[in-house]
Design a protein around this ligand. Structure first.
Ligand code: AHG
Ligand code: MN
Ligand code: MN
Ligand code: MN
Length: 321
């Protein structure tokens, strides 16, 4: 089985980017170790603080953020980082070529139930001409690498550098990520969907109609029965979609007039969209490709519909009417 760094060299990934990805995997091993120690490491539970988005921070949100931030800012190739848990971007090496946006711990509500969580990251090139305040405001199409680490029964790294999607599994005995699946392809058809059904009454009419038709099963217009899954961690739901197909969505919610979406563009939606498109799937906000969106804020939120090509397209057709 191939190790991560030799696999990246074989794909002719630049040494600078390899160094950034090496730093990310090093940080993830430490996070994985702490998570697997659970209550023994004294890292469960909440802090008394909130992040800039008004969410109560778990101890592990803060710990994972600190580990990733410290290690990335130590890497000579990283010019700046942006994180879900930081108010603004943080500047690193003056000569660094790369920017890293990350969600240090995705699925925070799963921490205290020993459920699935992960780290999501997106790597951009530092633009030559933009001022520091705007350097992260690049569309997802500008990403040079993206992926996630999934801290499940096995710790996995799922990565794209724009040459397809490969999956690695952390071999705990030697502390190395080994390639266990390569060139992932999401099946175009599916009969599995993921949505938080408890919000149904707050969705837009198009999403209400679409999910209503899925639930009608064989008797409805889809003429087949669907199954539903919800892990409450995007990283886990997207991993299932990449592994066996499906549709994942976190749609518009009428209750939150100022923030009608939940997921964040820069460090959740864009990296997952890059993976999904590289695996032959679709990723849309309901109107356009997520990766075509020009961001205006580091913490901006967006509607997400992604996964199996034909199913996402069917969902989008409901949104055209
Ligand atoms: P985070 O833990 O990084 O704040 O993100 C949580 C997000 C996402 O991972 C997941 O899909 C969604 O929140 C779960 O939302 P519900 O609480 O509505 O299930
Ligand atoms: Mn959060
Ligand atoms: Mn998240
Ligand atoms: Mn998070």
């Amino acid at each position: 089985m191939q190790r991560l760094i030799p696999a990246l060299r074989q794909q002719h990934v630049s040494e600078g980017l390899i160094s950034v990805l090496h730093t990310l995997q090093t940080a993830s091993k430490e996070i994985s170790f702490r998570l697997h120690q659970g209550a023994l490491a004294g890292v469960l539970g909440s802090t008394l603080d909130e992040n800039i988005q008004g969410e109560t921070q778990k101890k592990l949100d803060v710990l994972a953020n600190q580990l990733l931030k410290d290690m990335l800012l130590d890497c000579p190739h990283v010019a700046a980082v942006a994180s879900e848990e930081e108010d603004s971007y943080v500047v690193g090496a003056a000569d660094g070529d790369y920017l890293v946006a990350f969600d240090p711990l995705d699925g925070s509500s799963n921490i205290d139930i020993n459920g699935l969580v992960g780290t999501i990251f997106s790597v951009l090139k530092k633009p030559a001409d933009s001022d520091a305040a705007n350097m992260f405001l690049q569309p997802g199409d500008a990403q040079v690498a993206a992926g996630y680490m999934l801290y499940g029964p096995a710790t996995m790294l799922v990565l794209t550098t724009g040459q397809g999607v490969d999956m690695y599994t952390l071999d705990q005995t030697v502390g190395e990520y080994l390639q266990t699946r390569s060139q992932i392809e999401i099946p175009a058809e599916t009969s599995e969907f993921a949505i938080n059904m408890s919000n149904q009454r707050h969705w837009q009419p198009a999403m209400q109609r679409y999910i209503g038709d899925l639930l009608a099963g064989k008797q409805g217009p889809c003429e087949k029965d669907y199954n539903m899954r919800w892990i409450a961690a995007m990283v886990g739901d997207v991993h299932r979609v990449l592994s066996r197909g499906g549709l994942f969505t976190y749609p518009w919610d009428a209750r939150k007039t100022d923030k009608p979406y939940k997921l964040r563009l820069l460090y959740e939606a864009n990296p997952m969209s890059f993976l999904v498109e590289q695996a032959g799937g679709l990723a849309s906000d309901g109107e356009q490709r997520i990766m075509a969106i020009q961001p205006h804020d580091i913490h901006q939120r967006v509607g997400v519909i992604l996964g199996s090509r034909s199913e996402v397209q069917r969902c989008l057709d409901y949104h055209q009417d």
